[in-house]
Design a protein around this ligand. Structure first.
Ligand code: T46
Length: 140
């Protein structure tokens, strides 16, 4: 997958009385969770995101319906379909993301490693490419 992203398959208990997916911080979610938010009621054709984060780590779970996530670095990009409540998409720092093709019933839940910080967002694509090139070069 694209650098600093991976899919996580959560263990799930499927019983004759229904299904339950427990998420343990530090095990299923690979960082301490400081914030949770969810995105829903997204109008048909609407695209969101268009930014990267400098430090934030997140796990995105489409707990109902479906949504596609474009994850992109200066070197590669991938479109990920999230349509199962037992699958999470980890997105680390320096990854550009766009969310699109929300089904009308989609609920996208996000577990985040940090509180909401405007200064952690990079919304200008040229600025992002420069930041991410330096970030990934430093990891070689
Ligand atoms: C991300 C993707 C997956 C807050 O006040 N607190 C929050 O914790 C968040 C996430 C947002 N907001 C406010 C800021 C805006 O006025 O909610 C409004 C919508 O946020 P934004 O336009 O950033 O939403 P998206 O869908 O473009 O991006 C969000 C997250 O912001 C972002 O970190 O990775 O979901």
């Amino acid at each position: 997958m694209t650098k600093n992203t991976h899919l996580i398959l959560f263990k799930t208990f499927n019983d004759n009385y229904g299904s339950l997916t427990p998420l343990e911080v530090g095990e299923d979610i690979p960082f301490p969770v400081n914030r949770i938010y969810y995105i829903y009621d997204v109008e048909h054709g609407m695209r969101r995101g268009f930014h990267s984060h400098k430090e934030l780590e997140q796990v995105l779970v489409c707990v109902h319906g479906s949504v596609k996530i474009l994850v992109k670095t200066p070197f590669e990009s991938e479109d990920v379909l999230l349509n199962r409540p037992d699958v999470g998409l980890y997105i680390g720092p320096a990854v550009w993301r766009e969310m699109y093709d929300f089904s009308p019933d989609a609920v996208l839940m996000v577990f985040a490693s940090r509180h909401y910080e405007i200064a952690d967002y990079i919304r200008n694509y040229e600025e992002y490419v420069s930041f991410a090139t330096g970030y990934f070069d430093g990891k070689k």
